[in-house]
Design a protein around this ligand. Structure first.
Ligand code: HEM
Ligand code: HEM
Length: 135
C-alpha cells in the first residue's frame, strides 16, 4: 500500500519528460509482471488440487479479456527487460551518464522493434481464433 501511495505521490510531483514516463512504466510493468507471476503459479498449482479446476482455468484463458491481458503482459515483459537492462548498464557505468538521452531513445526504439511485431502476431492470432471461420 505504501508503495502505491509513494508511486502516486512521486508521479504527481516529479516532472522529467521521457525519464518520468519510463520510470513510471518500469514500476507498473515490474509490479504487473510480478502480479501475473504470482497468479500464474497459483493457477498452475491448481492442478495439484483438481484437474477439473485447472482445465476450467485453461479454458478461461482462451477468452478475449485474457487475450487482451496477454498483450499487456507481452508489452510489459519486453519493456521491463529492455528498459531494466538500460537502467542496470547506466548504474554500472557512470562514464555513460552523458549519453543518457541516447540510451533512452535507443531503448524506446528496441522496445518498439520487439513489441510491435510480437503484439501484432498475438493480436492477429487471437482475432483469427475468436472471429475466424471454424475449421
Ligand atoms: C501467457 C503466457 C504464458 C503461458 C501460456 C504460460 C504457460 C505455462 C504453463 C502451461 C506452465 C506449466 C508447465 C508445466 O508444468 O509443464 C507454466 C509454468 C510456469 N511459468 Fe508460465 N506461461 C506464461 C507466461 C509466464 C511468464 C511471463 C512467466 C514469468 C514471469 C512465467 C513463469 C512460469 C513459472 C515460474 C512456471 C513454473 C510454475 C509452476 O510449476 O507452478 N510464465 N507456464
Ligand atoms: C530481463 C529481465 C529483467 C531486468 C533486466 C530487470 C531489471 C530491473 C531493474 C534494473 C530494476 C530497478 C529499477 C530502478 O532502479 O529504478 C527493476 C525493478 C523491478 N523489477 Fe525487474 N527486471 C527484469 C525482470 C523482472 C521480472 C520477471 C519481474 C517480476 C516477476 C520484475 C519485477 C520488478 C519489480 C517489481 C521491480 C520494482 C519496480 C519499482 O518498484 O519501481 N523484473 N527491474
Amino acid at each position: 500500500m505504501s508503495a502505491l501511495v509513494s508511486t502516486i505521490r512521486a508521479t504527481l510531483s516529479y516532472r522529467g519528460r521521457e525519464g518520468h514516463w519510463l520510470w513510471l512504466l518500469h514500476r507498473i510493468s515490474g509490479l504487473g509482471v510480478l502480479l501475473f507471476l504470482i497468479l500464474h503459479v497459483i493457477g498452475m498449482s491448481s492442478a495439484f488440487v483438481s484437474i477439473e479446476i485447472h482445465d476450467r482455468l485453461l479454458e478461461m484463458y482462451k477468452t478475449p479479456p485474457f487475450a487482451i491481458g496477454e498483450l499487456f503482459l507481452a508489452f510489459g515483459l519486453i519493456f521491463h527487460a529492455i528498459n531494466g537492462t538500460r537502467i542496470a548498464i547506466l548504474e554500472l557505468k557512470p562514464e555513460l551518464w552523458q549519453k543518457q538521452q541516447l540510451a533512452t531513445r535507443l531503448s524506446i526504439i528496441v522496445v518498439a522493434a520487439l513489441a510491435a511485431p510480437t503484439m501484432l502476431i498475438m493480436a492477429v492470432k487471437s482475432i483469427q481464433a475468436f472471429f475466424g471461420s471454424a475449421h
